[in-house]
Design a binder for this molecule. Structure first.
Ligand SMILES: Cc1cc2nc3c(=O)[nH]c(=O)nc-3n(C[C@H](O)[C@H](O)[C@H](O)COP(=O)(O)OP(=O)(O)OC[C@H]3O[C@@H](n4cnc5c(N)ncnc54)[C@H](O)[C@@H]3O)c2cc1C
Length: 709
């Protein structure tokens, strides 16, 4: 049993605010049933202490007015926030979750739902025993050898702190991980897997490990539901429409990304993805009485005289459909508090959990790690869903933490697995993610974009804001892989999984690094200073795929709605290259200069095609066939550099307490997921466990000022 699990048996906190319980509907209650049940249960009433006065806070000369009060205030209804909220609620605390967006889920809603945990977690054990899940939904057999599922907390901990593992760019991948934080993380992986299963998450078979999850064992499984006539999270079904699999060109309000068929990991009628993961957790949270306030952004953490965090300042941040002007609302409303005042203060009696995600969408913040990534045109993944510039992964939780004295951790780990890379989906700014019409945030991106894969770059040349080529297009999207199970040269680990020795010097011997080294600097070339970059920022500007009608036919590019739009600044079509250059300049707000060289660049390229060699970037017929660009009309489609995950953030101990510059916990302040640093570990596994730990510890910590902490 993990340390954080010990509090499970007792509920130390008496609820001080009235509960809102969504009635359990009859078996088979649909999601619309939850919606209706919530409304019938009086969702609009203020279950929390609205308008209550609290004692003066030290940061203010006068009396502090608190507009709301809860035992635990969770910032962000995403992958850290939802588990934290459910866990704290399970332990008896009243919980208010605020989110700057109009709906729950954060980047988790967009994700692939591949959750890497381990340490002998219940899904590893289930698969190892060759059993199905409790409901018998899983009909396929184990996906990995039995031995690859034999895991322990100690092995997991050693794996994720293994100094000897390097990735394909020779970077020490796990050696910089914060050991105390990772010990706590590893100890709580088995309990978190069970906790998620207790909250409506069904896991597929384990079929590998996500990056950051270690190289010794298989630890990752997807979240799934079965396709059925109704969406019924309790029964484990979702309609094809809600899952986004009914129409290849539509998403749904429930799942912005079309969910994937899980035939090889669960059964042929199963669908898996982040929409499912997120909605299951959200459903459970609402059902258990967690309260939500959307359109509400934390802008400040508030401390008392002793430096304890006792609440937050939060501002109203509604979102409106850019085409109709209609306000966007959450899919479900049970437990929502509608609050439209511009600024409010919320008191947290036991503490605040920062689950606000990362900094990848904040060009100023992220350029601390890579100065050339200051170009604001390049967004983070999930930009449209999260709310565009200044909202999507904007580092607000980290910055608020810094202002109350928090220290940071793992700042350089962004440079490990190069989380910024070139996307192979063209013609849309939010190029890492797929989304079709049907989700309310589609109008922010206006197009799905069209994915051409790395091979599709054969049909185009890539140019910078000046219209100049800058790299071999066939290598532009190359990304070094990360070391993880099942090992082997492509993931930077020398041996197959069962031969791998943890913390063995041979894993990083020079000869091995020379053998497996694979780093392509396409993204670095794309963001470099060019003729159009000017002081003081030297912005690199957008980059463009340039191609002609012959390429469209060869590559079968779907240049029609919903794949492209002439209104999102990412796609242009013209009869001449001169005209195309003008359209780019006029039509893209970040194109600060005319692409002066475009016509010459294409003429030069056509000469290289005739000669069969590209002396500038050594792209030749050996890479892929070379094609002239000379059959009008001509096209320009945005190629995006995307900063995906965030590594580096608030420094945590094993209890997910945020540490100050002296290494002491800041009373009342907890964090996790991408708002935290010190872990070279992707996404969901990291965030869910942090949420589970933080939700536990914030309740264990007691009332601020009343309990020794
Ligand atoms: C397309 C895609 C696919 C992915 N696939 C996987 C996968 O298969 N496996 C995996 O492990 N990981 C995956 N990830 C990564 C994973 O989704 C994230 O790492 C994870 O969701 C991070 O959790 P978080 O709680 O830190 O942030 P989030 O889940 O993003 O939640 C943060 C929430 O905080 C809110 N917020 C931000 N600032 C404030 C503020 N100041 N006040 C109030 N609210 C605020 C945001 O609106 C958001 O709802 C994927 C991500 C994407 C985009």
């Amino acid at each position: 049993m993990s340390q954080d699990d010990t509090t499970r048996r007792k509920a130390p906190v008496a609820r001080s605010a009235p509960d809102l319980k969504v009635e359990d509907g009859p078996k088979g209650i649909s999601r619309r049933g939850l919606f209706a049940a919530g409304a019938a249960a009086g969702v609009s009433s203020m279950a929390l202490a609205a308008g209550r006065k609290a004692e003066a806070a030290s940061h203010d000369d006068g009396a502090m007015t608190w507009h709301y009060e809860a035992d635990v205030v969770v910032l962000g209804a995403g992958c850290t926030g939802l588990p934290a909220a459910i866990r704290a609620n399970d332990l008896g605390a009243s919980v208010l979750v605020i989110d700057q967006n109009f709906d729950a889920g954060g980047r988790m809603l967009h994700s692939g739902s591949w959750v890497s945990l381990g340490g002998g977690d219940p899904v590893q054990e289930r698969d190892r025993a060759g059993e199905s899940d409790a409901e018998g939904f899983i009909t396929v057999g184990a996906q990995v050898p039995e031995g690859a599922l034999e895991d322990s907390v100690d092995l997991l901990f050693r794996d994720v702190t293994d100094w000897s593992i390097v990735d394909q760019q020779g970077y020490g991948y796990y050696r910089f991980n914060n050991p105390d934080q990772h010990r706590g993380w590893a100890e709580n992986c088995p309990a978190t897997r069970q906790f998620m299963m207790d909250n409506y998450i069904r896991f597929t078979r384990i079929n590998g490990t996500h990056f950051g999850g270690g190289v010794s064992r298989a630890r990752a499984a997807y979240c799934f539901l079965n396709l059925g006539p109704v969406t019924d999270i309790k029964a484990g079904t979702i309609t094809a429409e809600d899952a986004g699999v009914a129409d290849p060109e539509r998403s749904s309000p429930m799942c912005p990304v079309q969910q994937s068929i899980g035939a090889s990991e669960a059964n042929p009628m199963s669908v898996r993805g982040g929409g499912i993961m997120s909605r299951c957790l959200e459903y459970s949270a609402r059902e258990k009485g967690v309260r939500f306030m959307f359109n509400r952004k934390m802008t400040e953490l508030i401390q008392d005289d002793n430096g304890a965090v006792i609440g937050v300042k939060a501002v109203y941040t509604p979102r409106f459909d850019p085409e109709t002007g209609a306000q966007l609302h959450s899919l479900w409303s049970a437990g929502n508090i509608e609050e439209t005042r511009e600024t409010i203060y919320i008191r947290a009696r036991r503490g605040v959990v920062v689950g606000t995600g990362g900094h990848a969408g904040n060009p100023h913040f992220r350029s601390q790690f890579y100065p050339r990534m200051n170009e604001p045109w390049f967004p983070t993944s999930g930009w449209a869903l999260l709310g565009e510039d200044g909202r999507a992964a904007d580092a607000s939780g980290i910055i608020a933490g810094i202002k109350v004295g928090a220290s940071l951790d793992g700042l350089h780990q962004n440079l490990g697995r190069r989380t910024y890379h070139i996307a192979t989906r063209l013609g849309v700014r939010d190029a890492y993610t797929s989304m079709y019409p049907g989700h309310p945030t589609f109008p922010f991106r206006k197009a799905a974009g069209f994915s051409i894969g790395q091979a599709g770059f054969e049909h185009l040349v890539a140019v910078n804001q000046m219209g100049q080529r800058f790299f071999n297009e066939m290598r532009l999207g190359d990304e070094p892989l990360d070391p993880r199970y099942p090992g082997g040269i492509t993931t930077g680990t020398p041996d197959s999984w069962d031969e791998h020795n943890v913390a063995d010097w041979r894993n990083c011997r020079s000869a091995w690094i020379r053998e497996m080294y694979d780093y392509s600097a396409g993204v670095d070339a794309a963001i470099q200073i060019n003729e159009g970059s000017t002081a003081p920022d030297y912005y690199s500007g957008p980059i463009w795929a340039i191609f002609d009608e012959a390429a469209v036919e060869r590559g079968q590019f779907p240049l029609r709605p919903p794949f492209v739009s002439t209104e999102n600044g990412c796609f242009f079509k013209a009869d001449t290259l001169e005209e195309l250059a003008e359209m780019i300049y006029d039509g893209n707000p970040y194109q600060r200069v005319r692409p002066y060289h475009l016509v010459d660049t294409i003429a030069t390229w056509n000469g290289y095609v005739d000669d069969g060699v590209d002396p500038d970037f050594e792209r030749g017929q050996a890479d892929a066939p070379m094609h002239r660009i000379d059959r009008p009309p001509y096209y320009a489609a945005a190629i995006m550099v995307v900063w995906h995950d965030s590594y580096g953030g608030l420094r945590l101990n094993r209890h997910c307490q945020v540490l100050d510059m002296e290494g002491r916990p800041i009373p009342g302040l907890y964090a996790g997921g991408e708002a935290s640093g010190g872990g070279q570990m992707h996404g969901l596994g990291r965030a869910t466990v942090h949420g589970y730990i933080a939700g536990t510890q914030v309740v264990k910590g007691g009332i601020i000022g009343e309990t020794a902490r």
